[in-house]
Design a protein around this ligand. Sequence first.
Ligand SMILES: [Zn+2]
Length: 137
Amino acid sequence: MKSPQYGHPAHRERARGTGPCRLCLRTFVVGEEDRLLFTYQPVSDPDSLPAPGPVFIHAEPCQRYDGAALPPDFRTLPVVVEGYGEGGWLLFQEPAVDETPETVLERAFAVPDVAYAHLRNGEAGCFMARVEPDEGI
Ligand SMILES: [Zn+2]
């Protein structure tokens, strides 16, 4: 019940928003599922500026999402795509408005030196997922 990176206490509550869960990447069932809130630092590059923020995960055990496509529940959420280069520099940032996140991701990965992307919730601003480009692109 502590943030794995900072040691701050985690908070357990009944879901009041859809999330998503940062482990299984499913949205929460509001008013039915319990979730844990804690501080998470999603930037793994040691030379980059840290960007800690709040994340939610299911309070009950769930499976880590590791698919080749975006999880279906992301279709219901406002997504902002951020493209990062080596060293963790932000090189691209666009919301997916009137188009799919995949379309915006294609634009992000077309920017020279973008090595990976983060998806953020466009309303809450919190980190949702990291996306690696397809091999061979
Ligand atoms: Zn989950």
